[in-house]
Design a protein around this ligand. Structure first.
Ligand SMILES: *Cc1c(COP(=O)(O)O)cnc(C)c1O
Length: 378
């Protein structure tokens, strides 16, 4: 059996090697490393794929979030509501801009931001909500957009883990994750569902004015050449990464299918195991399985992780610590008991290997070892 990895980018590369090598060589030969034709081509191909008016590439997913908040013109002290159960970057950028992060609890089922918790957290200072489409599945965007409309709030969708997911609104319209709020942001970090071979990210929007502001911010706040209209940053996707992304975008739907097939294998195997809760699929969103995350009942997830590692199976705890307990994000401002679900999840989740190259021998090995552990620990 081939060694099991949490994410197997080497085997994936082997299958697209000649395409990638040709495309990247071409970039080397034309030496248009920054803002070359590959970047423009990728931008418009991603616009088509997502069916959004504007894609603005940038240097990474964290920058994308920061630039989104900068573009909305928020003022220091404005409150931004986001999820307590996410990757740190989402909250970090709020603090970096001297905005106030208001963390709220999540749903137990789908790990996404709780609508009830958002409603409770709104104050006159609230200016934006950042739903994170965690692990590959969209948050409840119908409800979030309704709240945003009622309270005149911006919505920035953190789509770093859910590129390719499709959300169906209550009117039956289908939208790409990230194309519903004012701005969507994503990451092309290598292990993300659409990953490049270094760092990369993008913002999406259907709003022409906002797109123009974002385009200016990623390029030092420049409007006309050498006229600086606002403070910006230097955040760009380089041409080599764009060349890789153009190729991988053509395979993205197949990659998503491979992840869904692996998830189905896991689901079927664990169906009758009382100690394991498999991921819940929402009615209104497809699931692109950036992570395949179980909730484990009555077992210590860290002991399980160690056992799996001894068997040559990587498994990760995403995430072991609620963000409201972190010094950097104003732990003192939050009450631990307001985060009952996140607190519980941090003590019960474990993510199994999930990528595009898992074969049934590997899947069988992972599942049988996990089930053996549970039987033996009774
Ligand atoms: C990966 C990730 C980011 C940050 O992306 P980078 O490209 O690593 O900066 C932001 N939010 C979430 C939810 C992520 O998973």
């Amino acid at each position: 059996m081939k060694q099991i990895q949490m994410v197997d980018l080497v085997t994936q590369y082997e299958k697209i090697k000649s395409e990638v090598n040709t495309a990247t060589q071409e970039v080397f030969q034309t030496a248009q490393f920054i803002n070359g034709p590959e970047v423009k081509a990728f931008q418009s191909e991603l616009e088509q794929y997502l069916n959004v008016k504007h894609v603005i590439p940038c240097a990474n997913g964290t920058d994308a979030l920061q630039i989104a908040l900068m573009a909305l013109g928020l003022k220091p002290g404005d409150e931004v509501i986001t999820s307590d159960f996410t990757f740190a970057a989402t909250v970090e950028v709020i603090g970096l801009l001297n905005l106030t992060p208001i963390l709220v609890d999540v749903n137990r089922d789908d790990f996404n931001i709780s609508i009830e918790a958002i409603k409770k957290a709104i104050t006159p200072k609230t200016k934006a909500i950042i739903p994170v489409h965690l692990f590959g599945q969209c948050a409840n965007m119908d409800a979030i957009m309704e709240i945003a409309k009622e309270h005149n709030l911006f919505v920035v969708e953190d789509t770093a883990q859910a590129i390719g997911a499709v959300y169906t609104t209550k009117d039956g319209e289908k939208h790409a994750a990230g194309a519903i709020g004012n701005v969507g942001t994503t990451s092309f970090f290598p292990s993300k569902n659409l990953g490049c071979y270094g760092d990369g990210g993008a913002l999406y929007t259907n709003d022409d004015k906002l797109a123009a502001i974002i385009r200016s911010i990623v390029n030092h706040g420049m409007g006309k050449r050498y006229y600086y209209d606002r403070l910006g940053v230097n955040s760009r996707l380089d041409s080599v990464q764009a060349a890789v992304l153009r190729i991988k975008l053509r395979h993205l739907d197949t990659y998503i299918q491979s992840r869904q097939t692996a998830a189905q294998f896991y689901n079927d195997y664990f169906k009758n195991i009382a100690e394991i809760e498999t991921p819940v699929i929402a009615d209104n969103s497809t699931h692109v399985f950036h992570q395949y995350t179980l909730k484990i009942k009555g077992l210590d997830q860290f002991k399980l992780q160690t056992y799996m590692q001894e068997k040559g199976i990587p498994a990760m705890i995403y995430y072991p610590m609620p963000l409201h307990t972190q010094e950097a994000y104003g732990a003192d401002n939050f009450k631990h008991e307001d985060f009952a679900i996140t607190n519980e999840l941090c003590e019960s989740v474990i993510s199994l290997p999930m990528h595009t190259e898992l074969d049934s021998e590997q899947l069988n090995y992972i599942c049988s070892n996990l089930v053996d552990y549970i039987k033996n620990s009774k």
